[in-house]
Design a protein around this ligand. Structure first.
Ligand SMILES: O=C(O)c1cc(=O)[nH]c(=O)n1[C@@H]1O[C@H](COP(=O)(O)O)[C@@H](O)[C@H]1O
Length: 223
């Protein structure tokens, strides 16, 4: 199965659907995140689902357990394959999120965003390295009964060794020479795959490429 999920972080619904249609032969799924959901809501998700690929609803839920469980129930109707919550919401929040999720929906916990490095983390009051924080939050997500986590390609190898049957989503991927943008803990798609990633989330290297089909095909060819 193709592990690439294309992040449709585009402001216009018609442009997002057109891009998904164009590259769908070179990807395995579509990731709809906060930008998409805030702009287009349930209607937009239903429209993108017509492309025929699994939908990863990246809502990064983070609130008290009761509120997160209610949000999870409200998205059953969208039948997402994967949904994200923030691991820093704590064990009870993650347990209730999983209990409220649809039967076929994987719930994965975002650990340390790939846009953060150790000094960013220290500024939020978290001591130690981003690596150690990812491992700590991965253990918590496993204890809470989640399906897996979101982490960078720097940590996925070690997390995979500790959590054999986990499901590991890795964003912050850049083909060699590609612009990092706001990503700080980036690796190549191939490196992430080799280290044990289950899902490779890729946005701008495809969506902002001059020829998105060629870009997607080239990345697929490196795997
Ligand atoms: O949960 C995510 O998908 C996510 C977590 C994370 O730590 N870092 C991260 O970049 N993402 C998402 O992955 C995508 C990366 O997009 P590009 O940097 O354009 O490839 C965006 O949609 C982010 O919201």
């Amino acid at each position: 199965m193709n592990p690439i999920y294309l992040a449709l972080d585009l402001p216009r619904l018609d442009a997002a659907i057109a891009l998904a249609q164009k590259v769908k032969g070179h990807i395995g799924g579509l990731k709809l995140g906060l930008e998409f959901f805030c702009a287009h809501g349930h209607h937009g998700v239903h429209e993108v689902a017509k492309v025929g690929l699994p939908i990863f609803l990246d809502l990064k839920l983070h609130d008290i357990p009761n509120t997160v469980a209610g949000a999870m129930q409200a998205i059953h109707v969208l039948e997402p394959a994967i949904v994200t919550v923030h691991a820093s919401g704590g064990r009870a929040m993650m347990e209730d999120a999983k209990a409220a999720a649809g039967e076929h929906c994987k719930v994965v916990a975002v650990t340390v965003l790939t846009s953060l490095d150790d000094s960013d983390l220290a500024a939020t009051g978290v001591g130690g390295s981003s690596h150690d924080q990812v491992l700590r939050l991965a253990d918590l997500a496993a204890e809470a009964g989640l399906d897996g986590i979101v982490c960078s390609g720097h940590e996925v190898g070690e997390v995979h060794r500790r959590w054999k049957n986990g499901y590991f989503v890795v964003p912050g991927l850049r083909p060699a020479e590609a612009a990092l943008g706001d990503q700080k803990r980036a690796v190549t798609p191939r490196q992430a795959r080799d280290a044990g990633a289950s899902v490779l989330v890729i946005g701008r290297p495809i969506s902002r490429a001059e020829d998105p089909v060629a870009a997607a095909r080239a990345i697929e060819g490196t795997l």
